[in-house]
Design a protein around this ligand. Structure first.
Ligand code: ADP
Length: 287
């Protein structure tokens, strides 16, 4: 956990947006480096402003949770981090998203490479209708020509890393669809890991899982933090409090545009938030 750094932005008024300069100050204050930096990033669907002027650091090797009421733009913000919104017709972004020192929306950037570096795990486990082995090997086969022996090693390493190897090592040729929900989600994590990403985005990864499977994924996330930077969208407050190091609290303005109203160390957000609306939300008084 880093030291407390509080940023509170008003909702419904023209707040001076947090600039990259001030996010750099946040990074310096916590002694952490930002893997991703958002600078006044806005996302539109056609004329509708869904996410307004978000400036935020995503610290390297930390878990950052994005919380807030339904419809406030959490998934939209998450998808902006690996250009998944590009797949939505009429979605448009202004401002900057920096991955290390690269502007990921710059014309020369290779979208396929960005999505390899910033992987994604979705709400519903979505294994391909292929064998467990082929699910994990899918990405490496797509990106590189790898000899079979190396591929075998990569599949085993990824499944071990996703805490699934012991459960599936004797049935790698069986369909990934035949696994339990929790196992399927760990398979999807193994598939994401197999292409050696730097960042893993998770959009409500446990919402379709039972409490035991949820706990396993949460434990796994904490193990993965050593090697990866993780951003998770969750509507589960306990989950955000349990697993994340930093939390961004989002709210909708009266015009329904989503804003980050507070970003801080997770313990502070859940014990001494600066914004009354954050307190009301995390204590379950609304949302
Ligand atoms: P959250 O994840 O917080 O529930 P979303 O990011 O899914 O919020 O949605 C934010 C806003 O953007 C909502 O008003 C939603 O209706 C709108 N929205 C989301 N996806 C699309 C889309 N593909 N096309 C148009 N509007 C969308």
């Amino acid at each position: 956990m880093g030291q407390s750094v509080s940023v509170t932005l008003p909702v419904g008024v023209a707040a001076p947006p947090l600039s990259v300069a001030s996010t750099a100050v946040l990074g310096a204050a916590s002694g952490l480096s930002a893997k991703i930096k958002l600078d006044r990033m806005s996302v539109y669907y056609g004329a509708f402003l869904a996410v307004a002027e978000v400036s935020l650091p995503v610290y390297a090797h930390q878990i950052t949770a994005i919380i807030g009421p339904s419809g406030c733009g959490k998934s939209t913000l998450l998808r902006a981090l690996n250009r998944m919104n590009d797949l939505i017709p009429r979605a448009r972004l202004t401002g900057k998203v920096w991955l290390d020192d690269q502007d990921i929306y710059a014309p020369e950037m290779d979208v396929v490479d960005i999505r390899r570096r910033v992987g994604m795990v979705f709400q519903r486990p979505n294994p391909f209708p292929k064998s467990i082995y082929d699910n994990v090997a899918y990405g490496p086969r797509l990106y590189d020509r790898i000899p079979k022996s190396e591929l075998d090693e990569m599949v085993e390493r990824s499944l071990r890393r996703a805490a699934l190897w012991d459960e599936v090592k004797d049935k790698l040729k069986q369909s990934g669809m035949a696994l339990s929900g929790g196992q399927q989600q760990r398979l999807c994590i193994a598939r994401a890991i197999a292409v050696e990403p730097e960042v893993i985005l998770m959009d409500e990864p446990c919402s379709a899982l039972d409490p035991v499977a949820t706990l396993k994924i949460e434990e796994l996330m904490q193990e993965l933090e050593t090697d990866y930077t993780i951003v998770i969208v969750t509507h589960n407050m306990q989950q955000a409090a349990r697993v994340s190091d930093y939390t961004a609290m989002m709210m909708m303005r009266p015009d329904r545009a989503g804003q980050v109203i507070e970003f801080d160390v997770t313990t502070k957000i859940f014990t001494r938030p600066s914004d009354k609306r954050t307190e009301d939300y995390v204590t379950g008084r609304f949302g």
